[in-house]
Design a protein. Structure first.
Length: 306
C-alpha cells in the first residue's frame, strides 16, 4: 500500500510539473500576441527615477525551445522508466543494462581466462600476465581489508607470510574465497572471573616466549586447559580446521599486549571474511587463489624460507 502511494505521488508530481510548464508557456505566449506594438508594456516599477521594469515577451523561438523540451520529456517518460513503477515501452532498466554489459565483458575476457584455466598452479604463478590479472582482481576485491600490498592490518591477516589461520594450501585458499570465513571466539571473561583473566593472559604470553608473570602463568595454565584447549590445543599451536590461531609463534592478528588480549577475553573475537562465490566467476576465483598463493611463495623466496 505504501509503495502504491509513493508511486502515485511521483506520477502526480511529474505530470503536474510538466502540465504547469505547458500552461506557463501558453500564458506567456498570450503576452506575445498583444496587438499594440507601440505599447511599452511598462509594469510601473521604477528605480532611481529612470530605470523601469518592462513586461516584454520572450522571443517566439525561445518559447518553442521550451515546447520542445516538454515534448521530449513526454516521449522519454513513455519510452523509459520515470513515472513511479511504470517501466516504459522499451523495458529498459539499470539491472538489464548491467547484465548486458557484464555479458559483453565476460565474452571479451573468455578467451583470456580459458588460457588461464588450462594452466596448473605453478604455471599460473610464473605467468606474468596471469599474475597481473590476479593483482587487479585482488585490488578490486581484497585490498580494502588486506591492503594493496596484502600485508594486512590489525584484525586482517597478512597474506605474504607463513602464518595461515585456516591453512595455506591452494584448495584451502580457494575454499576461503568461495565461502568466506567466520571466526568465533566467545568472550571468556565471565567464566574466568576477575582473577582468571590476567592469569590466562600471562599463560598465553608465556606460550610464545613473551615477557610474563611466571606465578600468574602457572595459575592460568589450569584455566587455559579448562576453557581454551578445545580450540587452541593442549600445546597452544591452534587448529586450522577451526580457524583457531597458533598461540606459540610471534604472529598475533590483533596484537599480543595485555590490553589487547584482555579485550579478546572480555569481548571475544568475531572476524568475518565475506564469501565471493556469487560475486566472482569460478575462473576469477581460481586465478585469485593462485595469486594469493603466489604472494606467499614470492615472500618465501625473498626471505629465504623453505
Amino acid at each position: 500500500m505504501l509503495d502504491t502511494f509513493w508511486n502515485v505521488f511521483a506520477i502526480v508530481i511529474i505530470i503536474g510539473s510538466i502540465l504547469g510548464c505547458w500552461w506557463l508557456l501558453h500564458w506567456t505566449k498570450g503576452i506575445s500576441d498583444r496587438d499594440d506594438e507601440d505599447d511599452i508594456h511598462d509594469t510601473g516599477h521604477v528605480w532611481d527615477h529612470d530605470i523601469r521594469e518592462l513586461n516584454n515577451p520572450l522571443p517566439r523561438w525561445w518559447l518553442n525551445l521550451f515546447n520542445i523540451t516538454i515534448v521530449f520529456a513526454l516521449v522519454y517518460l513513455a519510452l523509459y522508466p520515470g513515472l513511479g513503477n511504470i517501466a516504459g515501452f522499451l523495458g529498459w532498466s539499470q539491472e538489464n543494462q548491467y547484465e548486458e554489459q557484464r555479458a559483453e565483458a565476460e565474452a571479451a575476457t573468455a578467451e583470456v581466462f580459458a588460457r588461464y584455466n588450462a594452466m596448473d598452479l605453478d604455471a599460473l604463478i610464473r605467468d606474468e600476465a596471469a599474475m597481473e590479472t590476479g593483482r587487479r582482481l585482488f585490488g578490486q576485491n581484497c585490498a580494502m581489508c588486506h591492503g594493496s600490498d596484502a600485508r594486512g592490518a590489525d584484525g586482517f591477516p597478512n597474506l605474504v607470510d607463513a602464518h595461515w589461520q585456516w591453512g595455506g594450501g591452494y584448495d584451502t585458499v580457494l575454499a576461503t574465497i568461495d565461502g568466506g570465513r567466520n571466526a568465533a571466539m566467545p568472550p571468556w571473561a565471565p567464566a574466568l572471573g576477575e582473577e582468571g583473566v590476567p592469569q590466562v593472559i600471562e599463560y598465553v604470553r608465556s606460550l610464545s616466549g613473551l615477557e610474563h608473570d611466571a606465578a600468574l602463568a602457572t595459575e592460568g595454565q589450569g584455566k587455559y586447559a579448562m576453557f581454551c584447549i578445545a580450540c587452541h590445543g593442549p600445546d597452544g599451536t591452534g587448529n586450522p580446521a577451526l580457524g583457531a590461531p597458533n598461540l606459540t609463534d610471534d604472529y598475533w592478528l590483533y596484537g599480543s599486549d595485555r590490553e589487547t588480549l584482555a579485550e579478546g577475553l572480555h569481548e571475544g573475537r568475531f572476524g568475518a571474511m565475506p564469501a565471493f562465490g556469487e560475486q566472482l566467476s569460478e575462473d576469477r576465483r581460481k586465478l585469485l587463489a593462485a595469486y594469493v598463493i603466489g604472494l606467499g611463495e614470492s615472500a618465501a623466496i625473498r626471505e629465504g624460507r623453505n
